[in-house]
Design a binder for this molecule. Structure first.
Ligand SMILES: *Cc1c(COP(=O)(O)O)cnc(C)c1O
Length: 377
């Protein structure tokens, strides 16, 4: 017999469809516009662009597709090296490979979990053409020194904002600093379309290239004329209808991610002071969101994290998730180089339940369980 699975009372993450999503989906279905054309797509693109203060977003079928088009639109390809953090979601390195380019890994910062200008210096070579900067867990990376580095080395900057919708760096939205930016609307992101994404490209000509590549690369001036190999990366009108319901509530979702983060930070101060965990940082000049609220156990015991995760699940039905396995530990991206910070964060990080509507009392209950589990681990 299999052991009984504990019942989950608090999911780590879930989409919250608290606005007009259902009404818009019904309307889309009733209208018959269910594929990659229809009025909700343009409307969603305009609303997201306006919300973020970015120009002319292109809705696509996933965040990974958005990354791929961002890289392609800038002309990255065969032989080009793109610096990618080792501590990130695998889609980042995959998208570089889709272009025929080479992902070169860099270590992250121990406290922000993001790339820094210093970490880039160790990864740059004469073949480096771009940096894929990921604003992880809703914290914008320290963009200014990275931009300075990119300018000095003549590198393109692509921002992966999949986890940082609503986050701002020095007053401007994450995604407004690079040559291109990619967002994801997967089910666990700050706002969701089920599956979906959006790509922003600064240069108008490159942007048109991304738009064409979303739809098989067709020449807009000549129907069925395909000068390049394109993709089908269109977002459906049904997904965009969900997105329109979500973006109307964007302020609510962003504020919820901040409220939840603030409360966890306040509640968990004690175990941070006792040096048992490292909590998310909030450097000045950065209005972060909490995509998922993460913490890192300060331990050398490789089993401690699993014990915490099991204890949370068993005692209160709290679902938590381990952080990413760093890319240099995956067979596809194995590297002889050492990335000690990515290893530390990746082996000891835990994401706690974070979703709109998670009540203060529930955050307090989860926090108490975390304190107990961490002290006992
Ligand atoms: C979610 C995510 C992606 C990919 O998004 P999908 O919509 O799942 O394809 C890319 N990068 C990061 C950092 C992500 O968190």
């Amino acid at each position: 017999m299999k052991p009984k699975q504990p019942k989950i009372r608090y999911q780590c993450s879930k989409p919250v469809l608290a606005g007009r999503e259902e009404e818009y989906v019904r309307e889309a279905v009733a209208s018959g516009w269910i594929s990659g054309a229809g009025p909700y797509i343009g409307r969603f693109e305009r609303m997201v662009s306006e919300y973020l203060g970015l120009e002319d977003g292109i809705a696509v079928s996933s965040g990974t597709a958005a990354l791929h088009l961002a890289l392609l639109s800038l002309g990255l390809g065969e032989g080009d090296e793109v610096i990618v953090p080792s501590f990130t979601f695998v889609a980042c390195a995959n998208a570089v490979r889709y272009c025929g380019a080479v992902p070169v890994l860099a270590d992250c910062d121990r406290s922000s979990w993001n790339l820094t200008a210093d970490s880039l210096k160790a990864a740059v070579t004469p073949r480096t053409r771009a940096v894929l900067l990921v604003h992880l867990y809703g914290l914008p990376a320290d963009v200014d020194p990275i931009l300075e580095f990119c300018e000095a080395e003549n590198l393109l900057l692509i921002e992966d904002c999949a986890q940082s919708f609503g986050a701002r760096y020095k007053g401007r939205s994450a995604g407004s600093y690079g040559d291109a930016a990619a967002f994801s609307f997967y089910g666990n992101k700050v706002i969701s379309t089920g599956e979906g994404g959006m790509v922003f490209v600064r240069d108008a000509e490159n942007r048109e290239r991304a738009r064409r590549m979303r739809s098989q690369g067709m020449d807009p001036a000549r129907h069925h004329w395909y000068p390049t190999t394109g993709f089908n990366y269109r977002m459906t009108n049904v997904a965009a209808a969900i997105g329109c319901g979500q973006i109307e509530m964007a302020d609510y979702h962003v504020q919820e991610r901040r409220r939840i983060g603030r409360r966890y930070l306040e509640n968990l101060k004690g175990i941070e002071t006792r040096d048992l965990v490292q909590l998310p940082v909030q450097p000045p000049g950065r209005e972060r969101v909490f995509w998922l609220f993460g913490l890192v156990l300060k331990t050398r015991d490789p089993q401690a994290r699993d014990r915490v995760i099991q204890s949370l699940l068993g005692e209160e039905g709290i679902q938590s998730r381990p952080f990413y396995i760093p890319l240099h530990r995956l067979p596809m991206y194995a590297s002889a180089q050492a990335f000690p910070n990515a290893d530390f964060v990746g082996s000891n990080g835990i994401a706690l339940p974070t979703y709109s509507g998670l009540a203060d009392a529930d955050i307090d209950l989860v926090s108490k369980a975390v304190e107990r589990a961490v002290r006992e681990a």
